[in-house]
Design a protein around this ligand. Sequence first.
Ligand code: ZN
Length: 544
Amino acid sequence: MEPLPCKYRSVAPRQLLNLTALVFLIVSLRSEHATTGDSLPLRWMDFHEIVRLSATERNRLRRETGISDQELREVERVDRDVIYRVPVHYRAALQDGDYRIVGDPPFRFIDPDISVRHLSQDLRVWMSGYKDALLVEKILFALAERFPDITRLETIGQTHEGRPILALKIARNPAEQRNRPTVLLAGAHHGNEPLSVDYVLDFAYFLLYGTPAFEEEEGVIARSFRETFYRQTNAVGTEFFRQREHEDILDNFVIWCVPLVNADGLDSFWYRNVYSGRKNARDTTAPPGWNKEDGVDLNRNYPYQWDSGYEGSSSGEGRSLYFRGPTPASEPEVAAIMQLAERERFALALSFHCYATKILVPYTAEEATNPRPHVAWRLGQQLARAGISNRPDRDYVAVKNLYAVDGTDQDFLFHRYGTLAFIVEGSYLSPDYEPFGRLSIRGVRPIILRALQAFREGPVVTVYTTDEESQPLTAVVTIEEYDYYEGESFETRPRTGRFDFLLERPGVVTVQANRDGYLAARQRVQCNGGACEAHLKLTPVSSR
Ligand SMILES: [Zn+2]
């Protein structure tokens, strides 16, 4: 590898330490990748093993492997045994020596420092590692308290186990907010994907403070890592964000952050075992009470194409990881998001998952036919180009889905409200937070920024429907040149009569508005870029 440029040499001791570790990592990653191709450290189990040892076993392990005290990280005492986290390269020795490997640990064994973060009163400490439900709450309350003028924290629902589902609204100048596109950033429909929580919280922090939570200390390291190891550059990715871009966003959008949709799942992941975190806490298997296989896959429970019948899309079996739930939208977490969407009518929605490194573009259900032109596909490709995986083996790409699915949030939002709704599958699955988790978070930021920029750059036609007195009047709006095949019907928003159409390309389109008892209204709009407007006044049939 190349020597580091001089400007990186005068760094603080802690950074130097990190930098040394990083260089080591880069070298080892590269050689590993070159030789085996499939042993990249992307998930927690690529870094750690959890083992339960008696005092005798501990001594035996020391003798057999020479493992040091530093490598034996005590995470819990059980009776007279101790549970340790050890580096993954001892795995073979543990298996060969018949040691008691804990194959299904709670994530607190992997990341025991969560208890240190709990004790802190400092937001930046809370932000500095993986979050459980308690830390997500603390962070959201802290942000709302520090920025009361531009935030509002709402409880939009409650989980089966009684945890609040929290939504943080971020926008400047409240008086003008009604007349802006609204955006949803949602994390952790699957509670075993804690990085997806971070993608949302990191962006919320950036919007409010104007700087990412860990940019100063980490920027040098991340940049050198990317430039040395992963040579992707593009306009957004290189600079990450333009000067004062967060202010532009605050002034022109209403951003809703729901970092933790599945709070019960995340809690199971941290405090029961990592594998039970995907689903929520509905009791779906016998015996009564909590069982490891309980729960509904929230991203199969949305009503559009729920139980589509397409093979393998979801399961009707309560113990399946893909259990769709007893009825469409049966789950409180799903109902909470749907109610928020009904009220806010998101123009754009990003739902974060881990770790395929892909942008999933609606429709993701196999048998749903996409509209023509397929504007979401074009935007999805732009988001993939903006994303920086910080992985040596793959870049972000846009795809329809990873495998057959139905009942997903993005298909529901796209079909019901015309929301340009994407699933962003990040690039790692709960790896060591330093540096890999942070690198993954950092590489998602430009995806969110690109999505917002697309709405600023346009071409976007903003339609307003009003009555004869110019008061907002909701109506179904269409672009005559655009075709839909799934019975989509998009209404302008109740309070404002507004709807935003992102266009496929600059040019002339014909906007039409329809409402029962009113004559259809049409307007041709030349839209060459940026934001264009169409004002459609609806006249009652009887008045003619
Ligand atoms: Zn997921």
